[in-house]
Design a protein around this ligand. Sequence first.
Ligand SMILES: C[S@@+](CC[C@H](N)C(=O)[O-])C[C@H]1O[C@@H](n2cnc3c(N)ncnc32)[C@H](O)[C@@H]1O
Length: 482
Amino acid sequence: MNKNDVILATCDSTGYNGEGIFHYNGTTIFVPYVLCGETAKVHILKVKGSIAFGKALEIVTPSKDRVLPKCAVFNKCGGCMLQHASSALQDKIKTETVQNCFKKIAGIDVSVDGVISGQKLYGYRNKLQLPIRSQNGQVKIGFFKEGTHNIVEIDSCPIHPDWSGVLIKILKDFIADYKVSCYDDTTKKGLLRHVVAREVEGEFIFTLVINGDTFKAVNGLIDRLLTKFNNFSLYINVNKTDTNVILGDRFNLVYGKGYIDVEEFGVNYKIGPQSFMQVNTEVKKLLYSHVLSCADIDNDTVVIDGYSGAGVLTAMLAKRAKKAIGVEIIKEAVDAADNLAKENGLSDKMQNICAPCEAVLPDIIKNAKKDGKKVVVILDPPRKGVEKNILLALKQNLVDAIIYVACSPQSLARDVGILTGRVNPETGTMIKCENSQNAPITDLLPDFYQDYTIKSTLLFNMFPQTKHIESVVCLTQSAKAT
Ligand SMILES: C[S@@+](CC[C@H](N)C(=O)[O-])C[C@H]1O[C@@H](n2cnc3c(N)ncnc32)[C@H](O)[C@@H]1O
């Protein structure tokens, strides 16, 4: 196969990024925006040995699950890899991706109990983050095309609510009318760099990131925002660095009270311009509710909440437990968690530790049984997953339940593989075993006893239309599993 060939072939599976996979004359070809079962005319763009990458020129026989994408720049911006698939097919693709990860990485035939969705499959995102650039003398607001600094311009984004379009229009008109300069990646000059917006129940925090110390025209912008948004705060953030990091360290509140008050599951907290917040409010609530029910805690339970962010979930757990200990690496998030504990009268039951989990969790896990009859551990790590020494501590000091919230199915499969004795913690490789179901493998490998058993696996449709997958696996001690 050569670059620029055009072939007619049928897609036989879907890759981890939502792309179609073709097997054709000994070559595996990855082609975005093609669904399994579809026959397509494919232009080969790149060949590397037996792997190739292509672009679909024409879908000759469309899948019955193909739907019309809502977005005007679908397949240009690269953010929504699955907008052309029905929601039932998206659920199936995500379920199979998780199952394939478990099978390939840990040798586990995992049964996924379902995909929990909210009502909104579009218009669900509560956070919008857009670069503002001057490119070839023109102002552009949109998303960076994947892997480039070229902006795909947008007027609105359908996975965000309608306010996204309103905000973009206000900014475009304001920039034109006030002749505000925008950042140019080649000259590193120009003032406006980014806009970040977050929304909770009709209340907004807007942040404008500038490459300078002052933004003289800001009052003009506030006036225009006031014509369409009646409840907002506006921050100016200073970022003069030449990096891809969006926010600088300095925030200057120029309008509004600066935060949004939120109440959830009996816990009151504040969202600021930097607070971590799941992007889909409706599904976040369903996920938290599931974690609370899996945790099955009582007032004799000690809960350890690893990678705890601003402590919202820790507080919900603390309310129901004897004690909850949150561990988080970002100082501002831990300060927010301390405030949250104080404001909710939970200071005596909620401890927030600022440290890398790998440095402190092993000892906390070891000592937790002294504090309560029952110990439950929540793990909600970033994409790279949980560090090995934490997993080993959980194997050496068995706890009653582990609830693993994951944004990377690959890391989840590896870590659950270690906890269930299917993956060697030293090498990260699968332990070969004749029975890939849940039978103990103690006799085969006494050192890697199957300490925990998967009790439930649920997917949460936190990011409809995109390739991203949020999963929650609940594990219990093997002897206790029912
Ligand atoms: C997916 S968020 C979880 C947030 C929280 N569970 C919630 O629902 O709000 C992951 C968190 O882990 C933190 N983090 C990343 N690496 C860490 C580490 N090594 N130790 C502790 N926290 C870490 C991040 O700062 C982030 O707040």
